[in-house]
Design a protein around this ligand. Sequence first.
Ligand code: SF4
Ligand code: SF4
Length: 451
Amino acid sequence: MSRYFHSVTLDTEKCKGCTNCIKRCPMEAIRVREGKAMIVQERCIDCGECIRECPNHAKIAVTDTLEKLAEYKYNIALPSPSFFGQFKEQVDIEDVFGAFSGIGFNEVFEVALAAEIVGYVVHEYLKEYKGKRPIFSSACPAVLRLMQIKFPDLLEQVAPFLTPMEVAARIAKEEASRKTGIPYEEIGAFFISPCPAKVTEMRNPMTTKHSAVNGVIGVNLIYKDIIRHLGDRHLAGGGPEQQRATKLGMAWGYVTGESKNIDAGTTLAVSGIHNVMSLLEEIERGELKDVDFIELQACTGGCVGGPLNIQNLFVGRIRLRDLIKRYGSKEAYLDEKELERIYRSNRYASTEPVEPRAIMTLDDDVSRALMKMERLDHITNELPGLDCGACGSPSCRSLAEDIIRGIAFETDCVIKLREKVKILAEEILDLARIVPPSMSDNSKKTGNSKH
Ligand code: SF4
Ligand code: SF4
């Protein structure tokens, strides 16, 4: 099993071992051992739930920094659609564009614009598609990683197209290269991300061999700098002409935006990783075959709810909707003919299938795996079933699995430990009651009496 980069990591110094995070992780990927959390790398999908949950800010997302801009001759910021919802009412999109110039970017390319293109191609694809339904969105990398591990049989139903982030990087660099004459390779495209999953996706892309994105910078990392430079409109790149996305792409910043843009037959939009999981379980059981397209977003509320965003998700959504009212009615960036040409060219189709990742198996050998499964069931039944997390594993079942894998003991369970101590104590008491033969009154045994 090849290991890959993870954006979500633990700041050991800050971790107090409180176990708050282990319950929230949808993949049961966190254990607390010796007073510190640890992430089981193979299981983590970089959804960022643990970042939200940790009261001690010990879970962090590693992202790129602005220093990386120095590696390129010309730099383009690719703000996610949700980014524009992070500011106060009076802040215009032009102000934000100007601020990007102020912190070192040469221009801004909205990912919302690329989202419109993806929306169009998926819409056309669904019109011709005759296979199993529903088709799932490929936009959220945390959801795709979840499906790789827990729902491998549904992967064939993922829309076979690149993400808006990837499409945006390609178009932005091609446009800039044509305009400036700078070679494509010397242009840097930096996604401004609301979530850690996008960092992981850039480093280990699932739908393409090589990402065209050169860096992913967390919103939390540059927000203060952007605020300081808001209104630097006089700088290059701050002009209103650079804002080209319409409401179709801008609305991808919150849940339902994507499915409304795709607008093909019956659609459904679900957000929040735990909701996504329960829906996929239903679909695995054969439900919702009559639905054409399902938008799945790991973060509650969609990308506005991303763990690296600054605003509360509801505030972010309202701000974004307000901007959509003010800016979203522009003419579409590409006309229907050009979009049709893009669709037919297959230019933004995925080049790699999203492969399953079999990390949940107990053993490579089937018969050994079956034996271990039996043992796992037995140990689980022996455990109290409280799922209290005091052992450092998220549930009794996961503790049983850890025991099978040799990384935990039955006595890690406090109740089991108590039972064992009780048995031991009783044995000690029994032993304490035993009197050596030299001191014991044998007359009772033999029945002899002095009287
Ligand atoms: S929530 Fe998890 S990472 Fe945060 S302090 Fe508690 S155990 Fe450590
Ligand atoms: S990022 Fe998500 S999957 Fe990874 S450890 Fe945190 S909660 Fe679990």
